[in-house]
Design a protein around this ligand. Structure first.
Ligand code: FCB
Length: 446
C-alpha cells in the first residue's frame, strides 16, 4: 500500500473528484424561507430522542451563508459539492402547493456552486420527511413512492439540467431499518412490520424517481447506500451466524435489490412475512440500471449472537480498534475490502463514488486554529484504502469528505463534529480545521 503521507491528487486517476458533502436539514436552517415542518422537528421536540433536544431550526444557517461556504470549497481547491434538497422546504405539506421561496433557494445555491467552478452533486432525499406525510405513515405508506416522484419532478424542473449527478436517496438503511426497527432516528418507530415496509418502499421510491428522471432524459443517476464492515465478535458459529444476518439486513438488502433484483435470504427469513403483498412485482423497477453507485462508509461493527431477543438475534459488540467521538471503530481496511467486494459481486465496472467518509471529534478553536491530527490520519488512511482499491481494479471516481461543516448530527445534536471546517454554533463563525488545510495541500493542482 502506498505510504499514507505521500498520496496527493496525482496519485489518483485523471478526473478523480475531491469534494465535500452536507445535507439540507443538517446545515440550512429549517426555520427560514417558508419550509414546512419535518419529522425531524417533531422527533427532536419529543423528550429523550435527541441530545439536548436540539433541532435543525438554525443549524449552520447555510440558507443565508451558502456563498461563504462555497468560497471555502473553492479556496480549498475542491472540485465538487454534494448537497441535498429538503422536501418540506419545497413542498411544505409534502404534496400539492410548491413554496417558490424554497425552490428559489436551490436555484441560488446551484448558481453559487457553478459560479465557483464547482460541480453540483444532488441528493434528492436526505431524511427530512415532511411532517404532513409522516402523519400518513411516511415511508410505511404504500403511496410514498408516488409522493416522492412528484417532489423529484419539481426539483428536476428547477435545477435538474445543471446537476453533475443526481442520487435519489441517501442511505436507505438509515431511512428504514435504523428509523423504523431500531428507532434511533425519526420517526423513532420500533416495529418489524413498519421496518420491512419502509425497507421496501424506500427502494420503490428510488425506482420511481429513476423512472421519472429517465423519462425526462436525465443522465448520471444513482443512489447512495451506507455500508459497515460487519464482522463476528468471535469464532463461535452463533456469532458468525449473527454477523451474516446483520450483513444481510444492513449491507446486502439494498445493493442486492438494486444490482440483482432480489433480497438476501438471511434477511427475508425475518422480514418476508411483513413485506407488502406483491412486493416481488416492484423488483424490476427497483433494479433498473443506475449510472453510478454512491458508497458511504465509516466503521467496523462487531456482531454477537443474542439468545434473549427475537429475530434477528443480534447485538453489537465492542472491538479493540481506536474509536471516534461517535464510538465508531476506525477501520480503513474495511473500506478497501468493501469497494473490492462491490466490484466483484455487484457492480463490476460501474463507476463508484465514496459519497461520505469522515469522523467526529471533540474539536475546539484555540488561538484561531483547530488542530485535528486524528482526523488528518483518518482521512489519509481512508484515501490510502481507496487508492489500493483502485489498484485492485475498482472504478472509483471520487471522494466526498463528510462533512464540509460541523453540523446537526441528527440524534446527537450539535455535539458531534464531523466538519473539516469548525462551526461556532453561537456566532456561526466558520474556522477551517488543520484537516481542511491538509486536504487543500494534498489536492492542489501543481
Ligand atoms: C451518515 C449520514 C450523514 C451524517 C453521517 C455522519 O449516516 O448520511 O447525514 O449524519 O452519517
Amino acid at each position: 500500500m502506498t505510504s499514507r503521507s505521500s498520496l496527493t491528487r496525482k496519485d489518483f486517476p485523471n478526473g478523480f473528484l475531491f469534494g465535500a458533502a452536507t445535507a439540507a436539514y443538517q446545515v440550512e436552517g429549517h426555520k427560514f424561507g417558508g419550509a414546512g415542518r419535518t419529522h425531524w422537528d417533531t422527533f427532536a421536540a419529543t423528550p429523550g430522542n435527541v441530545l439536548r433536544a436540539e433541532d435543525g431550526a438554525l443549524a449552520c444557517d447555510q440558507y443565508h451563508r451558502y456563498g461563504e461556504d462555497m468560497d471555502l470549497l473553492k479556496d480549498g481547491g475542491f472540485d465538487a459539492y454534494r448537497f441535498s434538497t429538503s422536501w418540506a422546504r419545497v413542498i411544505p405539506e409534502g404534496r400539492g402547493a410548491v413554496n417558490r421561496e424554497g425552490l428559489d433557494y436551490y436555484d441560488r445555491l446551484t448558481d453559487a456552486i457553478l459560479e465557483r467552478g464547482l460541480e453540483p452533486h444532488l441528493t434528492l432525499y436526505h431524511w427530512e420527511m415532511p411532517a404532513a406525510l409522516a402523519d400518513l405513515g411516511g415511508w410505511t405508506n404504500p403511496d410514498v413512492h408516488l409522493w416522492f416522484g412528484d417532489f423529484v419532478e419539481v426539483i428536476d424542473d428547477k435545477i435538474g439540467d445543471r446537476m453533475a449527478s443526481v442520487a435519489t436517496i441517501n442511505e436507505p438503511w438509515c431511512v428504514s431499518y435504523l428509523s423504523h426497527f431500531l428507532g434511533h432516528h425519526a420517526p423513532g418507530r420500533r416495529d418489524i412490520r413498519a421496518a420491512a415496509r419502509s425497507m421496501h418502499h424506500v427502494l420503490k421510491a428510488h425506482g420511481e424517481a429513476m423512472t421519472r428522471l429517465r423519462d425526462r432524459g436525465r443522465k448520471n443517476l444513482g443512489i447512495v447506500i451506507n455500508f459497515e464492515h460487519t464482522q463476528p465478535a468471535s469464532d463461535d458459529p452463533k456469532d458468525i451466524q449473527a454477523a451474516a444476518t446483520q450483513d444481510a439486513t444492513n449491507n446486502r438488502w439494498f445493493i442486492e435489490a438494486i444490482a440483482k433484483g432480489h433480497y438476501p435470504e438471511e434477511a427475508l427469513a425475518g422480514l418476508e412475512p411483513h413485506l407488502p403483498n406483491g412486493w416481488q412485482d416492484d423488483m424490476a423497477a427497483i433494479s433498473q440500471p443506475i449510472d453510478w453507485l454512491g458508497v458511504n462508509y465509516y466503521f467496523r461493527q462487531l456482531v454477537a449472537h443474542d439468545a434473549t431477543s427475537p429475530w434477528p438475534h443480534t447485538k453489537p459488540a465492542q472491538g479493540h480498534l481506536a474509536t471516534t467521538q461517535m464510538g465508531w471503530e476506525i477501520c480503513p481496511e474495511g473500506l478497501r475490502a468493501l469497494l473490492v467486494k462491490l466490484k466483484d459481486r455487484y457492480v463490476g465496472d460501474l463507476p463508484i463514488v465514496v459519497t461520505e467518509n469522515g469522523m467526529a471529534w471533540d474539536d475546539h478553536v484555540k488561538n484561531g486554529v483547530v488542530h485535528d491530527p486524528e482526523r488528518c490520519t483518518y482521512i489519509k488512511d481512508h484515501l490510502a484504502a481507496m487508492h489500493q482499491a483502485i489498484a485492485e481494479g475498482v472504478n472509483l471516481k471520487g471522494f466526498f469528505y463528510w462533512s464540509l461543516l460541523d453540523n446537526y448530527e441528527w440524534a446527537f445534536g450539535y455535539e458531534r463534529r464531523f466538519g473539516m471546517v469548525h462551526v461556532d454554533f453561537e456566532t456561526l463563525q466558520r474556522t477551517p480545521k488543520a484537516s481542511y488545510h491538509m486536504l487543500k495541500d494534498m489536492i492542489a493542482r501543481s
